[in-house]
Design a protein around this ligand. Structure first.
Ligand code: LLP
Length: 401
């Protein structure tokens, strides 16, 4: 068990804490589900991009799914070999494509015809062959929050089947492109297996139809998206997930690429914040804490639920309170109408399940430095990112006058 009080004393608040042993357990479980099949787990760096976390996955043998050249650089810094790095994303700049080709990563996931032409042109300039995969949009409703749904035709991601086919033919005929993979990712925090299975069927049918015209792919990239328990959700069992996907690949000899983010990191992370004040307005009780939406945006942005645990010696009855931060926005809250005992100055609240899309979606809004990050492994804790200071925040600004 993590001793939140001790860590808060040692590293101060607000504070992110990551349990690396939990991440290992999740990684092994997912890897095991695909046992007996060639597969690469390509950790979705965006879910938690702290170098120590990426390095942890690198040590476990993971690859990396990256969505900017910055993430690709992180993956290399963390020691992930080029042949396990994928570069995805709907809007890659020329300089990013160039660097990815120069670094000889496993493949670039291409998301439009226009992008395919850019990759071809840049590869030609470099006198290289760029390995590519195409992100297919299977037009399947993933039944998740609309902001994190990506596999419908009205989402910006990927291309329709017919366009994908045309792109594969073009890539196959190009001297500077090598089509090696196919990719789909229909959304995040998925708790239903059916849409994943249906998407895999559509995409594997496309692989078969490409084989009939002598375009033979090597990698079947199933994206990420496995949901986790924030509250009482019933989640997909990794074994069932793997079986459902593998079932669609009968007769095909493809290496599975999986891009898990949240599944590996979400429930490994805790955000510890200190109570500043209790405040009672006419109609409402507020608990004001020292963390804010700039540290953890998910409740404000998605109305996401995160379990909150009070670390206090208070034994009073619980009553509902809004847990709010110091930022000047009414949307700055971690929970609304949450049952909590009476709290006093310096009591702690621990927000659970924040290891994915927590720190990384933070900002410096209201000139607030981002929290420190600490990792715990084998019962030991270590600072893995210093708390930002005021000097850090103004360091890049230049005088106008
Ligand atoms: N692969 C691709 C192409 C992706 O776009 C994503 C996530 C992943 C893999 C990893 O998905 P995961 O396994 O973590 O579900 N900020 C939102 C989540 C955005 C997800 C974006 N793409 C949130 O806080 O819920």
């Amino acid at each position: 068990m993590i001793n939140f009080k001790k860590l808060a004393n040692e590293y101060k608040t607000p504070l992110y804490i990551y349990d690396l042993d939990y991440m290992t357990k999740q990684y092994e479980e997912l890897k095991e589900a695909f046992k007996g099949r060639k597969s690469i787990m390509a950790y979705a760096v965006k879910s938690n991009s702290n170098l120590s976390v990426v390095k942890h996955f690198s040590n476990l043998g993971s690859g990396a799914d990256c969505v900017s050249i910055g993430e690709v650089r992180r993956a290399f810094l963390a020691g992930i070999p080029a042949y396990k790095i994928i570069f995805s994303g709907v809007g890659k700049s020329d300089y990013e494509i160039r660097e990815a080709i120069e670094k000889d990563i496993l493949y670039i996931n291409v998301e439009s015809e226009a992008e395919l032409s850019r990759v071809e042109l840049i590869a030609k300039e470099l006198n290289k062959i760029s390995r590519i995969s195409i992100r297919v949009n299977p037009n399947i409703d993933p039944q998740t929050h609309p902001y994190i749904s990506t596999g419908l035709h009205d989402n910006k991601f990927g291309v329709e089947i017919d366009i994908a086919k045309r792109m594969y033919i073009k890539a196959n005929n190009s001297e500077n492109l090598d089509p090696v993979g196919i990719h789909f990712h229909i959304g995040s925090q998925l708790t239903e297996l059916k849409p994943i299975y249906e998407s895999a069927e559509i995409v594997s049918d496309l692989v078969r139809s490409l084989e009939t015209i002598k375009i033979e792919l090597k990698f079947f990239d199933i994206g990420g998206g496995l949901g986790v328990k924030y509250d009482e959700e019933v989640t997909i069992n990794p074994y069932d997930y793997a079986q459902a996907i593998l079932g669609t690949l009968k007769g095909l000899d493809l290496t599975i690429i999986c891009e898990p983010g949240r599944f590996l990191t979400a429930n490994a992370g805790y955000f510890v914040t200190k109570v500043l004040y209790e405040k009672q307005n006419a109609a409402k009780r507020f608990v004001v804490v020292d963390g804010a939406m700039n540290d953890l945006l998910r409740p404000s942005l998605y109305s996401a639920y995160h379990k909150i645990q009070a670390v206090t010696d208070s034994t009073s009855d619980k009553t509902n309170a809004d847990i709010v931060g110091p930022v000047c926005e009414s949307g700055d809250f971690f929970a609304k109408d949450y049952p909590l005992p009476a709290l006093k100055h310096n009591d702690l609240l621990v927000v659970h399940s924040v290891g994915a899309y927590g720190f990384g979606m933070g900002s410096n809004y209201n000139t607030r430095g981002r929290s420190a990050e600490v990792a715990v492994k084998d019962g030991e804790s270590r600072l893995i990112r210093k708390r930002e200071t005021f000097d850090d925040l103004v360091a890049l600004e230049l005088e106008f006058l």
